[in-house]
Design a protein around this ligand. Structure first.
Ligand code: ADP
Ligand code: MG
Length: 688
């Protein structure tokens, strides 16, 4: 049942359709309306409810182009019940002619829009209208309104879609892929019936259920969409599982020794996750696990224990972090834990001098047991001797391609290294279940004990002086502070300038304190030196760009000031805030904002102010921004859901997940047909 029919349209139109993601007939079939308009009835002007879309039928009384307060086309129309003014602020000359023609011939217009009652009586601004023949029948069904682009009118799109549906039907492309009893059991209609209904709802279909996408036909489409996503991701998961991996016997002595030397015991959550990972590593196929844990939940030690298991089994572990600062910090920490136990730890970063780098590469290719570094780890020239486990910290900061590279690094014949990915951007459960269906997920849902909660303050920029005084106060008590510079996403150059300016100003305002500066443009060793000085307490206030966003751990820092907090993403703010509250001291995070705040900015800051739980923040962020931003660099690999709403359709995600497992196991050919229907040629892209 191929769904590869081409769309028949002029090349110029084809190009525009392609922009909408419409390349084949099947894509048009699945290009579903954004909303519907009800043109099945005509309402007398006098009865039209204000503020709701209605259709009226009227004659044109007069037409005029006015010039005040600005150039506009104004037509007065009337039916038996009353008069109405049509107002067009943008219009073509042809429109004026057309309306004048209707006036002169007495031809009626069907006009669709919302009536407002203004100073001059009933009025519609920019209504849709067309001239109709005497007694022209009204449409029988709701009129679909499609997502479109300039140059493709709704009418043209409707025709193309109507034709695509008819052709697909004739070619038997809309055949059912799911079992009738199962569908009936879940109150879902057949696929063909669902698309037909959504493109042309017959009279009597409840309009609200269509508009709100709650109608069973919508649920069927959303189910199918999520199913396609699940199939694609689970298939990739299964394919990787077919590969072999070194069996790493559960860690014994080495891990025990590390634990014995720690000044703390593991939390219950850490113990659970350590066990999950240990079990995975002992399997003869590669682990593909995502470890999620809020900022400060203690992921590093979990990763270190996993590394112990690989090392003890005679393999190497690689630990990759997204920034030089973070990688170095991990290197120091892991070295402190493992070197005393005789483990050979190597360091690899882009900033090493050529000779040092060569030496380290040689070490990676021979005796090193743990190799820590930045993405320098995945460069071609690096060749691991026997990589058994690769760990990616803050995995969302790496692109799909980079993570794939690391996986490939240790590939030997049919064997892959185990992979542990870690993320401190908590992913809401529904999102994890859908977009991350190609991974097993472990969650650290408990913070280590003894943390003092961070107090968050929202402070207007006008009170900056008080904040400066607060910084001085904290330092007087022996604490340290971060001062995060405003984010300027559009321009790296401006970002740098802002950082320099902020540093300059603060150095003047706090001239009795020791101020440091880190930003993305510093050389790696300069950055490292500054961070080391801050960690050692030789710097009181660290002015920083978001390079400190991830992972940095300086327990004595108890105050965080974030300038122009309204410009940051919620997860980013949560991450930044998590840099404090790491020691036993009372910690404060000051979010400085610039007045006036927009409505959404206010809503976002309120979320951060009211919540300390990263998962809750992520959930609200997801609701505010949708999954696009969230999934970040995964975007290139995973199709975004167009119809399903993760918040509202959780039940469908769960159903689709079960169905995907079942189809892949029992009927892969049917799974394949479903994927073709939804992704067509694009499926190739998803195999990453
Ligand atoms: P994250 O999950 O953000 O990467 P880290 O691994 O950096 O967190 O841990 C944050 C801090 O908590 C570190 O100083 C770490 O040594 C400490 N820590 C980790 N686990 C525990 C624990 N069970 N009890 C007390 N402190 C812990
Ligand atoms: Mg971390």
């Amino acid at each position: 049942m191929p769904v590869s029919g081409e769309i028949k349209a002029p090349p110029a139109i084809l190009g525009k359709l392609a922009k909408l993601g419409l390349a084949r007939r099947g894509d048009l079939v699945l290009h579903l309306p954004l909303r519907y308009e009800d043109e099945t009835a005509v309402t007398p002007i006098a009865d039209a409810p204000p503020g709701a879309p209605v259709q009226v039928e009227a004659e044109v009384l007069d037409v005029a182009v006015q010039f005040r307060p600005r150039r506009q086309l104004v037509a007065r129309v009337a039916d038996a019940s009353g008069e109405l003014t049509l107002r067009f602020l943008n219009f073509y000359g042809s429109q004026t002619k057309q309306l004048e023609g209707a006036r002169d011939t007495g031809r009626k217009l069907r006009i669709f829009g919302e009536i407002r009652h203004g100073f001059l009586g009933a009025e519609m601004v920019h209504p849709r209208y067309r001239a109709v023949a005497e007694e022209e029948a009204l449409p029988q069904s709701l009129t679909p309104v499609y997502p479109t682009t300039a140059g493709v009118s709704q009418n043209a799109l409707r025709k193309l879609i109507g034709r695509a549906l008819a052709e697909a039907e004739a070619q038997a492309e809309l055949g059912e892929l799911l079992d009738a009893p199962w569908l009936a059991g879940h109150a879902l209609p057949e696929f063909a019936a669902a698309v037909r209904l959504l493109h042309a709802p017959p009279p009597g279909v409840p309009e609200a259920a269509l508009q709100l996408r709650a109608h069973p036909a919508w649920r069927r489409i959303k189910f199918d969409e999520v199913l396609a996503q699940q199939l694609s991701l689970r298939r990739a998961y299964n394919a990787r599982r077919q590969k072999g991996a070194p069996r790493l016997a559960p860690a014994g002595r080495l891990a025990q020794q590390v634990l014995a030397a720690l000044p703390f015991g593991l939390t219950g959550a850490q113990r659970r996750v350590v066990a999950e990972i240990a079990a995975d590593l002992a399997q003869p196929y590669p682990m593909q696990r995502l470890l999620q844990g809020d900022v400060g939940s203690g992921k590093t030690i979990v990763a270190a224990l996993a590394a112990c298991q690989a090392i003890e089994a005679g393999y190497q572990a690689a630990f990759m972090a997204p920034t030089e600062i973070l990688a170095e910090q991990h290197y120091l920490k892991l070295s402190a834990w493992l070197r005393p136990l005789g483990v050979e730890v190597a360091w690899l970063s882009g900033s090493l001098k050529a000779a040092a780098k060569r030496a380290m590469q040689q070490q990676a290719a021979s005796t090193a047991q743990l190799i820590v570094g930045t993405h320098a780890l995945i460069q071609e020239s690096v060749d691991f001797a026997r990589l058994g486990l690769s760990i990616v910290d803050e995995q969302h900061r790496f692109g799909v391609a980079q993570r794939l590279e690391l996986r490939k690094k240790g590939e030997r014949a049919a064997s892959l290294p185990h992979q542990l990915m870690m993320s401190a951007t908590p992913i809401p459960r529904t999102l994890a279940m859908s977009y991350y269906a190609d991974l097993d997920v472990s969650v650290l849902d408990e913070l280590p004990p003894g943390r003092t909660p961070i107090r968050t303050k929202l402070v207007s920029d006008a009170r900056r002086d008080e904040v400066i005084a607060g910084v001085r106060g904290a330092v007087a008590q022996g604490r340290q502070a971060y001062w995060v510079c405003p984010l300027i996403e559009e321009s790296e150059k401006l970002q740098l300038q802002t950082a320099l300016d902020t540093y300059q100003t603060l150095a003047e305002e706090l001239d009795d304190l020791r101020i440091g500066l880190v930003h993305g443009r510093l050389k790696a060793d300069e950055k490292a030196a500054t961070m080391a000085a801050f960690a050692a307490g030789e710097i009181d206030v660290l002015v920083a760009t978001t390079v400190i966003e991830v992972g940095v751990d300086v327990p004595n820092a108890s105050l965080m000031v974030i300038e122009h907090a309204e410009r940051f993403g919620l997860s980013q703010l949560h991450q930044l805030r998590g840099r404090v509250g790491r020691g036993a001291h009372d910690s404060v995070c000051v979010l400085l904002y610039q007045q006036p705040l927009s409505e959404t900015a206010r809503a976002r800051l309120k979320i951060i102010y009211e919540n300390t739980d990263g998962f809750e923040i992520a959930r609200q962020d997801l609701r505010l921004r949708g999954p696009g931003e969230f999934v970040g660099s995964r975007q290139s690999g995973v199709p975004l859901l167009r119809y399903a709403d993760l918040e509202l359709d959780t039940d469908l995600v769960e159903l689709a997940r079960e169905m995907a497992e079942r189809l892949l196991r029992d009927d892969p050919a049917r799974a394949e047909r479903h994927l073709k229907r939804w992704f067509g040629s694009r499926e190739e892209l998803l195999k990453a």
